[in-house]
Design a protein around this ligand. Sequence first.
Ligand SMILES: Nc1ncnc2c1ncn2[C@@H]1O[C@H](COP(=O)(O)OP(=O)(O)OP(=O)(O)O)[C@@H](O)[C@H]1O
Ligand SMILES: [Mg+2]
Length: 270
Amino acid sequence: MPLSSVAADADEQAIPYYQSVGNECALFDQAFQQRLPMLLKGPTGCGKTRFVSHMAAKLGKPLYTVSCHDDLTAADLTGRYLLQGGETRWVDGPLTRAVREGGICYLDEVVEARKDVTVVLHPLTDDRRLLPLERTGELLEAPDDFMLVVSYNPGYQHILKSLKPSTRQRFVAMSFDFPPPAVERDIVARESGLEPDRCAALVNLAASLRAMKGQDLEEGVSTRLLVYCATLIGAGMPILEAARATLVEPLSDDADVQEGLMEAIQATFG
Ligand SMILES: Nc1ncnc2c1ncn2[C@@H]1O[C@H](COP(=O)(O)OP(=O)(O)OP(=O)(O)O)[C@@H](O)[C@H]1O
Ligand SMILES: [Mg+2]
């Protein structure tokens, strides 16, 4: 075997598994090459985070992931002066590190972030590609291999918490959803180790559970939960028990809704 293919095999192993569904890998790749920031939208557990880790590894770039929340300040992203051994020293935040060293900065649930965070993102996500650090007086220019990726779940988007048009319109955007059944079966099988046929039955069940979304359920059952369910079944747990713990309890606290979900599960597996 030639040496080069050994190296390629080794690289393959370091790349997190991601099963593509459409043209998302090519689009991400183009956005990266053209230095454009990217916005990913989609329900919980549908593969957004996995996709970004896969692409970062494929491009051979470090990934800096930040989960946004309403206490997150611009300084948490850019950095701050810290007292260390009697001296104050500037310490870069994840965004600044990615801008200085190159890499992908991924802001998860970006709608949760405070207004001052978006102010920092604006000059970085238009053609200027600049990160001003007021505290140090620096104006950093993002290198060609810096990319900003943000994601959010439009499902539980609060009216007050949507992105401003001036922020949204700085990104190349794409929507994620649960994969088509045959693809989801393969993903669940690969992630859990359960036989594909048994995974196909879970994926079919997911379709009927997802159809209940909207009535009393905020979100349909995710691919992530199907993987959990298949993992527990693969470990020997009875199907109904595994399904209750992974496809019912995480979805709702309401007894009637839980009963409705359990009925659908029993209709398939009971
Ligand atoms: N296309 C896919 N290829 C491989 N694995 C996938 C894919 N889609 C979903 N998964 C599986 O589903 C799990 C959840 O995906 P992930 O964590 O990326 O979801 P997410 O969209 O980031 O969710 P959240 O919005 O809650 O953060 C992964 O750990 C993986 O097991
Ligand atoms: Mg995620």
